[in-house]
Design a protein around this ligand. Structure first.
Ligand code: SAH
Length: 393
């Protein structure tokens, strides 16, 4: 077993159970991509078993902090079974569930989503890549399913020195899937959708939105960055009479349109706009339009804290426009999925947007990702999605 020795004082984060070691913290030691290594402090004390990523800034990802644990097939079986058992206990109103959420489930670099009877996985680190075959078989055994599609085409693989890989890893057939979420149906394609096909992290917020639309009697709803229209279907289910979905992806919008009919709503209640959100908001303001409720769920403007400033301006801009377009008493459900923008900064940005718009609002709720995207107390990077529900004064 190869040993990675850390520099003096660099053991602190592992001692706090944080699972990453950056390249600069390593004194000596090398291993092959994905190889299991023993990580030790400068004094030679055991810290963790980990996988080695020779090209990544995150050079080491911890598998286990228990010196007696062996990193073998049984280890992955325990982790996978625990993650699935946790989901079984959680309140999840869907047959589409994130079964494995990387670091939070003790499996750094592994994402596994279940869409009905199809699994879709991302292997995003050298360590998960090395154990891919073992993990794939264990996933099928633990779920009793037979199909696993691989979507290892995320940019972060490049940082690990890995090529993008997509395709059936186990089983085969049609990549189109229909799922049930709350009381509605949604379609997706594991081969073509964003990420693994769908944004499962917003599941509970879509339900919350449907209930709010009903409660406040919202008639007109603007869903910005709609993707395949999850929030649009929620708005229709809540009784909205006029819903506009805006996205710059034509295939996503085609699916949003299809979802209106799939759920038995009158297509006349929904409009799909293939356009840039920022421009659309400006145009709508000029046209004197207004809405009872607005969703702002943009893509990650700030992947890391280094991008926070530019991202802050972009967030502020759309929130200012959104607040202006809202009718008095209307609802803004605004999100940021940027890890680099924390909840406090996001609040400040929205406050700044309100100030610029000359609009005051009440914070009715603060939300995060659905419970199957858990966060552990030791891994602050796990907090990424945050949302504010604002009632305009
Ligand atoms: N709310 C969605 C997820 C949104 S993901 C859901 O619940 O499923 C972000 C979306 O923003 C993507 O669909 C992407 O195509 C879209 N997008 C990115 N930049 C955009 C832009 N400038 N204008 C419009 N849409 C954009």
């Amino acid at each position: 077993m190869k040993v990675i020795r850390l520099r003096e004082g660099k053991d602190r984060s592992l001692l706090r159970r944080h699972p990453w070691v950056f390249q600069g913290s390593i004194d000596k030691g090398k291993a092959d991509p994905g190889e299991t290594v023993r990580v030790e402090s400068a004094e030679g004390k055991f810290l963790c078993w980990a996988s080695f990523s020779p090209t990544s800034m995150i050079r080491v990802r911890a598998w286990s902090f228990d010196e007696h644990e062996r990193i073998d097939e049984a280890f992955f079986q325990r982790k996978i079974q625990a993650a699935i058992a946790l989901r079984a206990r959680m309140p999840i109103a869907s047959d589409a569930v994130r079964l494995i959420h990387g670091e939070a489930d003790g499996l750094p670099g592994l994402i596994v989503d279940r869409y009905g009877s199809t699994l879709c996985a991302q292997f995003l680190s050298a360590g998960t890549e090395k154990w891919k075959g073992v993990i794939a078989d264990l996933l099928l055994a633990a779920t009793g399913l037979s199909r696993l599609y691989e979507r290892s085409d995320s940019g972060v693989r490049t940082l690990e020195g890995l090529e993008p890989v997509t395709g059936w890893l186990r089983g085969d057939g049609d990549t189109a899937v229909v799922i049930s979420e709350h009381e509605w149906k949604l379609s997706l394609d594991v081969a073509e959708g964003h990420k693994t096909g769908y944004y499962l992290d917003q599941r509970d917020n879509r339900k919350k939105f449907a209930d709010l639309v009903r409660h406040y009697g919202c008639q007109s709803v603007l869903n910005c960055y709609s993707y395949t229209g999850g929030f649009s279907v929620a708005a229709l289910a809540g009784g909205a009479t006029e819903v506009v979905s805006v996205d710059s992806s034509a295939p996503a919008l085609a699916r949003a349109t299809a979802h209106v009919e799939l759920n038995g709503f009158d297509p006349a209640r929904h409009t799909a706009l293939d356009a840039d959100v920022n421009q659309t908001l400006r145009d709508m303001l000029k046209q004197g339009r207004s809405f009872d409720a607005i969703i702002l769920d943009p893509p990650k403007f700030a992947p890391t804290a280094a991008h926070a400033e530019r991202a802050a301006r972009a967030y502020k801009d759309i929130n200012r426009l959104g607040l202006k377009l809202l009718k008095p008493g209307g609802l803004l459900f605004t999100f940021s999925c940027s890890g680099g923008v924390g909840p406090e900064l996001f609040h400040k940005i929205v406050a700044g947007a309100g100030m610029d718009a000359g609009v005051d609002g009440f914070i009715m709720d603060r939300v995060g990702a659905s419970p199957d995207h858990p966060q552990t107390i030791y891994f602050p990077e796990g907090e990424y999605l945050k949302g504010l529900l604002i009632l305009k004064r």
